[in-house]
Design a protein around this ligand. Structure first.
Ligand code: ARG
Length: 619
């Protein structure tokens, strides 16, 4: 019992170490020092103590700590300038920002993590970390595992609403982006010990189902036999049914009746609908399987029963108004209202999203709800979130959790700079795309002579890891808001910022360790890591920055931040490894350097894991 309680306290204190820009970390310095979070968070704690002593009359000054690449230090504290403008004229002993910086430096508690401090320019306080502390921290991670470097956001449960294609319609590259980005965000949160509900909000409801069902009855009198193979392409099926709908008024009439009967819950219609959904699902699943992405479907239809109640509650709060026959919620700062009941009395995309948000907050008790769609839907989500704030479901400020976030992304372009399409078909079949990435990387392996060296299984699994990894990484490395051009040659290049280059870099590190003939597990316990050479220290510093980088990528929902980190890591590693002064195998620093190699490989693997990429161990 007591042990459990202590655990809880520990978790709470670690969660406080999640130093978001907006949350005060005032409580942190008083917490026990046991689990302290990232280097940045640990320094923030020390500077917080110093700031309290330096300017006792300025409460709640949040330490501004940043990593720096300058020659004066590893991190800097940037509070002096801002503080000066606050206190000048208030009769303090300070005569300008450099003096404030000097005092911040002098009041810093001693800590084994800091080697030296200096004040530069207008008052930046530069910190040089202690090499031995750095080495010890890395070695601790090696023996206790990379999970000890996980961020601890103050959130217990999150919903990530991603992928979310529409039944009987194309699952296009936009959905591929959503799937890849959403999966990474979910993985980062899961790593941070947040319970994540991975929601596939599939479009499985709407008037188009009347038409599809009627067409299904026409084509397949025994509609339950209508399997995927019988129907063939569900998108083509959709097209022909639409043609039929537009051309034949009697069919149209029946289709409209079918919607009513489906919504009324008539068994035969329900079963036909379920049949169509199932066929689509099989298609979607092929993509998820290749990508190794796990999702839990709760489609639009799931929220149907909740819509009337939610709208009634919003109406009782006085939020829903009549406008041109429809019922709407007016949103401050938006020239169009959010339509929650159409003029024909039906519900729409927004009604469903209001009900889904209500459900996620109240039934599922999620504290952070994240939606991953193209930027085109930004306004929709903006209105939904604002409506939820008006209703008091969410606090007005986004600075703390509970909150909802829209993760928008740009278009995937073809070589011609237009929306990505293949030559003969209108849309790119995602499965084909992934298969092509795999077969191209397989061809490259055969060309390198791996056909003779490796088993068929090894070739297959490596081709898959590299091919799918390349597609994912090419997407994730860009700031998600920008459009990017889909190019197989570029993404499968083994040089530059590509998954191929990174996967090979990792495999090379593994082979260095193998070649040494040493047992790393044993070295972890018996050996000692030292960061004697500058290139070793640079690498060590970058490794230590992993926790704060994941934290940033996760807080700001930006996978590219993690990709940049990974790419830099492999560059910094190359610099170390190619330096003759840092010879690894056979040098008298072999043990320490092998440990550094291992730490690099461990961090790289965690990055791959968070990006949904399978690492390879040999090339
Ligand atoms: N099905 C939608 C589309 O294809 C995406 C759904 C996103 N999620 C949501 N809760 N609206 O555009």
């Amino acid at each position: 019992m007591i042990a459990a309680k202590t655990d809880l306290v520990r978790v709470t204190s670690r969660r406080l170490a999640w130093a978001s820009k907006t949350e005060s970390i005032a409580t942190m310095a008083t917490e026990e020092d046991e689990c302290m979070g990232s280097v940045k968070a640990q320094l923030a704690k020390l500077f917080e103590v110093s700031l309290k002593v330096t300017v006792p009359n300025e409460p709640d000054v949040e330490p501004l700590i940043a990593a720096c690449t300058g020659k004066f230090g590893d991190y800097q504290c940037n509070n002096a300038m801002g503080l000066w403008s606050k206190i000048k004229g208030k009769g303090t002993q300070f005569r300008g920002p450099p003096a404030v910086g000097e005092a911040i430096k002098n009041n810093l508690p001693t800590s084994e993590m800091i080697e030296s401090c200096s004040v530069a320019g207008p008052g930046f306080v530069n910190v040089v970390l202690s090499k031995s502390w750095m080495a010890k921290s890395i070695q601790k991670m090696l023996s206790e595992g990379i999970d000890t470097w996980a961020p601890m956001p103050p959130v217990k449960k999150a919903v990530v609403d991603f992928s979310s294609p529409n039944i009987a319609k194309e699952m296009h590259v936009g959905h591929l982006r959503s799937t890849i980005i959403g999966d990474t965000l979910a993985r980062m949160l899961e790593f941070s010990k947040v319970e994540v509900l991975r929601r596939n909000h599939v479009g499985d409801w709407g008037t188009q189902f009347g038409m599809l069902i009627e067409f299904l009855f026409e084509k397949f009198p025994n509609f339950e036999d209508a399997t995927e193979t019988a129907i063939g392409d569900l998108q083509a099926f959709y097209k022909s049914s639409k043609q039929r709908f537009d051309a034949d008024p009697a069919f149209k009439e029946r289709a409209q009746q079918a919607v009513v009967r489906l919504q009324g819950g008539e068994d035969k219609y329900r079963r036909a609908w379920a049949q169509i959904c199932e066929i689509s699902r099989t298609e979607f699943h092929k993509v998820y399987k290749r990508l190794g992405v796990h999702l839990e479907e709760k489609g639009e239809s799931f929220y149907n029963p909740y819509i009337p109640g939610v709208i009634e509650a919003l109406t009782n709060q006085g939020l829903v108004e009549e406008s041109q026959g429809a019922r709407v919620i007016f949103i401050e700062g938006s020239n169009i209202p959010l339509i929650v009941v159409k003029s024909d009395g039906g519900f729409n995309y927004a009604s469903t999203d209001m009900a889904a948000l209500w459900y996620r907050l109240n039934e599922e008790k999620a504290e952070w709800i994240i939606y991953v769609t193209d930027v085109g839907q930004q306004q929709h989500f903006d209105m939904v979130f604002k409506a939820a704030k008006r209703a008091g479901w969410l606090p007005h400020s986004d600075s703390s959790y509970l909150k909802a976030s829209h993760v928008g992304f740009g278009l995937v372009l073809g070589e011609d700079g237009k929306r990505f399409r293949t030559r003969n078909t209108e849309v790119v079949r995602l499965v084909d795309l992934l298969d092509e990435a795999k077969s191209r990387s397989k061809a490259a392996l055969i060309e390198r002579g791996k056909g003779e060296e490796w088993t068929e299984d090894e070739i297959e699994s490596t081709a898959e890891a590299v091919g799918y990894g390349a597609v994912k990484y090419a997407d994730l490395k860009n700031n998600r808001l920008t459009n990017y051009t889909f190019n197989f040659d570029q993404m499968l290049n083994d040089k530059g910022n590509t998954a191929v280059y990174l996967l090979y870099a990792h495999a090379r590190i593994c082979s260095i360790i193998r070649r040494s003939g040493k047992d790393v597990e044993e070295l972890k316990n018996k050996g000692t890591l030292v960061l004697g050479h500058k290139d070793e220290r640079d690498l060590g510093l970058h490794l230590l920055q992993f926790p704060e980088v994941v934290e940033e990528a996760c807080t700001n929902l930006l996978p590219n931040v993690l990709c940049d980190y990974l790419y830099n890591l492999s560059e910094i590693f190359s610099k170390f490894y190619s330096n003759p002064e840092c010879k690894v195998v056979g040098s008298d620093m072999e043990t320490s350097r092998l440990l550094l190699c291992e730490a690099t490989a461990v961090v790289m693997r965690k990055c791959f894991n968070l990006l949904g990429i399978t690492p390879i161990y040999k090339i």
